[in-house]
Design a protein around this ligand. Structure first.
Ligand SMILES: [Zn+2]
Length: 401
């Protein structure tokens, strides 16, 4: 920040904008001069929403890596890898949350694919999948660019927990995958962080995007992809993964892959097993599938690896939830990927005396896609999700991605 007067002006403008939008409509908030939120001296040239913006270096260097507050991958030197920090939202101390950005800029021009992990802080196999793909890339041989952002929800990752610990109105935990596309002038840190990342880093550099997830702490899932298979560009990518299940559903607003879809960028969400651990077997399948996607887009040369054609894939468009009705210890009678029939008993639950207090059965024919892995449950906790085909699917189904 070399130009202090401008910085001051930007901040003052922002304060005025903030005051002006109190009590105003969400639309006005969205239209406030969001560039100012970053407190950058270069904001006048930064468009609020996504159009190609020039890279802005803040002048800071952290642990040897340059910091940017906006990035256009085309500004980076071709034929090599670049490691940067993106300056995210400002904290109560006045410091920022930075996220790690790796760009493999091909020697030749081509499509740009964005790989994301760490929107939830406990989903470590998703991080390792993205890192493994990036480590396999040789920019000198590439036509196009792959950008990875591995730790989107930094404060959640520091605690290896799902949600962002927000302090704005006392202790709060916010699920960042309900915040996209965010709002640079939003009322919570995760909303502003999402807005900064989406407008200045993710959207401007994506022709296609993949947001990697896993199950959540206490609830593990099998290997599958979530995406709208009625969208040809999405279907083409999802079918390149040698994994056994596809959840063909658009799920709901606020998730990152739908923020991309809403602005015309094909995107989907892989799910890679359990939270908190590295499932190296599953990770290998998603690395292979993602390399296939990069070949599909012409960024990486070479023959396709195994795809969905090489494994048996169960496609469902709905997830049947089985929720606990009692408190107690849960005993599963089926395992992930098992096929189940309507009426089939899938779990029992015992109270503190060891007596069976509940028996849980499937209401549908399908495949087990997720199971509670914490042994105890209280009423309302999801115990099992069964992927199945519904004749009239919900257009926006809730799923704990
Ligand atoms: Zn997740």
């Amino acid at each position: 920040m070399s130009d202090k007067p401008n910085e001051f002006l930007d901040r003052r403008d922002f304060m005025i904008a903030s005051v002006a939008t109190i009590g105003a409509s969400a639309g006005l908030v969205a239209n406030a001069p969001s560039a100012s939120a970053q407190g950058s001296t270069h904001t006048a040239s930064s468009p609020a929403y996504g159009a190609a913006s020039a890279t802005v270096y803040t002048g800071d260097v952290i642990q040897g890596r340059k910091v940017v507050s906006a990035l256009d991958v085309d500004d980076l030197e071709p034929g090599r890898k670049h490691l940067l920090y993106f300056q995210g939202v400002e904290m109560p101390t006045g410091q920022h949350w930075y996220v790690s950005v790796t760009v493999a800029r091909g020697a030749q021009p081509g499509k740009r694919v964005v790989l994301v992990s760490g929107v939830h802080g406990d989903e470590i196999s998703s991080v390792h999948t993205v890192q493994t793909v990036m480590n396999q890339l040789d920019p000198a041989q590439m036509s196009g660019t792959v950008m990875a952002v591995t730790d989107v929800s930094r404060p959640a990752m520091e605690g290896m927990q799902r949600r962002w610990p927000n302090a704005g109105r006392g202790a709060d935990l916010i699920d960042m995958n309900r915040e996209w596309p965010g709002n640079e002038n939003g009322l919570t840190a995760p909303s502003r962080h999402a807005g900064l990342l989406f407008n200045r880093l993710l959207r401007p550099n994506a022709d296609a995007a993949i947001d990697f997830h896993t199950g959540t702490t206490g609830f593990e899932v099998t290997a599958f992809n979530i995406g709208g298979m009625d969208v040809p560009e999405v279907k083409a990518m999802v079918e390149l993964y040698p994994v056994g299940q596809i959840f063909d559903n658009h799920v709901y607003p606020g998730v990152l892959h739908n923020a991309f879809m809403d602005v015309g960028i094909p995107a989907f969400t892989p799910e890679i097993g359990a939270a908190r651990v590295l499932d190296l077997g599953m990770i290998a399948l998603f690395v292979e599938g993602t390399m296939n996607v990069l070949k599909h887009h012409g960024i990486v040369a070479g023959p396709m690896g195994r795809t969905g054609k090489d494994v048996s894939v169960f496609v469902g468009n709905s997830a049947f939830p089985i929720l606990a009705t009692e408190g107690g210890i849960v005993e599963h009678l089926v395992t992930l990927n098992d096929k189940v029939e309507p009426g089939q008993k899938v779990a029992i639950q015992r109270d503190s005396f060891g007596e069976v207090v509940a028996e849980y059965t499937s209401g549908v024919a399908g495949e087990v896609t997720g199971q509670r892995s914490d042994a105890m449950a209280e009423p309302g906790n999801p115990l099992v999700f069964i992927l199945f085909h519904k004749d009239l699917p919900d257009r926006s189904e809730t799923y704990p991605e």
